[in-house]
Design a protein around this ligand. Structure first.
Ligand SMILES: [Zn+2]
Length: 337
């Protein structure tokens, strides 16, 4: 296959993201695009390192973060959004694809022919009545950024829960479901949140207000048959090449580029920490440290540990922070708790 992620849609990451069409479907889908193929150079695979990862504790992870301070990159997948109850696509009983054929809804061509189908599914899944909210795992990463410890989030997820949690530098490998643009003129539309709230079901799909053709608005999530944005991919690769510390969080890392990015970081000298509920192919290749734990539980513990280390290492600053809080002045120092 030319490039497996061409046919992957990480709608709610790890759901469509790991689904493969049959070979003929792949061929047909790829033939529909005239865009140049963007893929990570094979050198990443050639240089794949093989090493044994060792288990790591919450305290040791907090030490790594505290001593690294900046430039930390977090690669996140479906595992971090699971606790936010985003409906799944692949569940054999209740998933979206148990009820809808992805060929009729999830491809670029299907969207062009019947955009209302995808929009109605979105209304059902993530409309105003079911809008997902960040969980404690997302919030912990937002706190780390507030304290200056997180520089970049690279996510397979198309939700905006990292942004809702205060992370400002978020790279969406598979696009962002919540932003939209007109498929005719390319003008950005209202957010998917706003469109689902303001458009009656019978009037879906929402239309562009700018162009004469009133083109259909499409969520910016990558559909089957669409390629990843090469600028986004380049930004992700650059972040990997320059980080001293990479966290792989809640991704099965079975599809590229999530498979390749940690290898790039490792080959560039980064320490790689994986926190997942199960081992992945990365665990015994480029990962240095591994922790088996649910993210919504362990990430807040790590943040609390970083705070404690900070307080112990900076007792005077802690007093200032405490006073600052007392007088209601904003502080960038870790909360006192
Ligand atoms: Zn338009």
């Amino acid at each position: 296959m030319m490039c497996t992620w061409l046919t992957n849609m990480c709608f709610k990451s790890g759901t469509w993201g790991e689904m493969d069409f049959e070979e003929d479907m792949n061929h047909n889908v790829m033939m529909q695009t005239n865009e140049p193929t963007v893929e990570i150079q094979p050198k990443a695979r050639k240089l794949l390192t093989e090493k044994e990862s060792s288990e790591i504790t919450v305290e040791e992870i907090a030490d790594l973060i505290y001593n690294c301070k900046s430039g930390i990159v977090f690669l996140t997948g479906a595992g971090i959004s699971e606790a936010s109850d985003i409906p799944t696509f692949r569940d054999p009983e209740h998933g979206v694809w148990a009820k809808h054929d992805p060929r009729e809804v999830g491809t670029r061509m299907a969207f062009q022919n019947h955009p209302e189908r995808l929009w109605r599914i979105l209304l059902e899944m993530v409309g105003p009545d079911n809008s997902p909210i960040p969980n404690a795992g997302h919030s912990a990463l937002g706190e780390l950024e507030k304290y200056g410890y997180a520089s970049t989030i690279i996510t397979q997820n198309v939700d905006d829960l990292h942004e809702q949690s205060g992370n400002n530098n978020v790279i969406h490998l598979h696009g962002n479901l919540w932003s939209t643009e007109c498929i005719v003129c390319g003008t950005p539309g209202d957010t998917t949140h706003e469109l689902l709230r303001d458009t009656p079901k019978k009037d879906l799909p929402p239309r562009c207000k700018k162009c004469a053709q009133k083109g259909v608005l499409k969520p910016d999530a990558v559909l089957f048959g669409e390629i990843l944005n090469k600028n986004i991919l380049a930004s992700a690769v650059s972040a990997m090449e320059n980080t001293p510390l990479l966290f792989v969080l809640g991704t099965s890392a079975r599809v590229s580029p999530a498979t390749d990015l940690p290898v790039i970081a490792s080959n560039a000298g980064a320490k790689v920490v994986e926190i997942n509920m199960e081992e992945t192919q990365l665990t015994h290749t480029c990962v240095d440290y591994y922790l088996h734990a649910p993210l919504e539980t362990v990430l807040p513990q790590i943040v609390e540990c970083v705070r404690r280390i900070y307080r112990e290492s900076n007792p005077r600053s802690s007093i200032v922070a405490s006073l600052s809080k007392t007088f209601s002045r904003p502080s960038l120092l870790p909360d006192q708790s």
